[in-house]
Design a protein around this ligand. Sequence first.
Ligand code: OOG
Ligand code: MG
Length: 259
Amino acid sequence: MWDIDRVADELTRRAAERRDGGRITAEWPGLDLARAYSAQDILIQRRAEERAERIVGVKLGLTSEAKQRRMGISAPLTAWVTSGMRLEPGTPLGVASLIHPRVEPEIVFEMGEDLGGPGVTRQAAMAAVKYVRAGLEVIDSRFTDFSFALPDVVADNASAAAFVLGDVVVAPDELDLAAEPCTLSVDRKTVAKATGADVQGHPGEALALAANALGERGHRIEKGTLVLTGGLTDAVFLTPGHTVSAAFERLGSVSLTGC
Ligand code: OOG
Ligand code: MG
């Protein structure tokens, strides 16, 4: 019989053994969104304890049309990022340490104030942001072929695996975030283009959405933590010897090489 503890166990085991598997919702239709978020919290709490990691922020998933179309799910979701997921810029990532990693460009906020829903607007959300940065997120679904229903991917902490931040740090009032362009390339060949507006019209809307959704579950987004606002474009596979780069206009560039 499935329950939320077993869901957290199963997904933790798949990650540790670097193996994907079928949808849990196919075996347990009772895995609804509320239970999936509880399983996500258990999974991340355990991961943090077992690996002596800290939760360092929040990530949003499926906030752009490109991501929603690819995954066949039209609802954004929230999940957690930990200290162990943060990669050192310039250090290649071993593809064999993961299942089938893909990389996507993200706009990342560093929070200057606590932010808690309900009722958070984009304006209030942006007022709580200290810095904006470029990021690349590595996603590595614990489901075969990244095929999942919304509760599956929620329980799987939104496929979170790793992330790296660019070194340019910009105050939020120093750029037009909706207009900020991003080019994703693999080995210098352009594979996708987007702007900040592709994330919920403005990444600040994604931040407000996260604050409000987390508020309903009794969580706040804390000062000093990061918020990954979601892939602006579809993700690309990370492969040994190849480099994925996101080049923004004001936020600079960030790259990750597979090995
Ligand atoms: C789910 C995670 C989505 C994003 O930025 O949209 C995500 C997935 O695509 O596997 O991180
Ligand atoms: Mg992402």
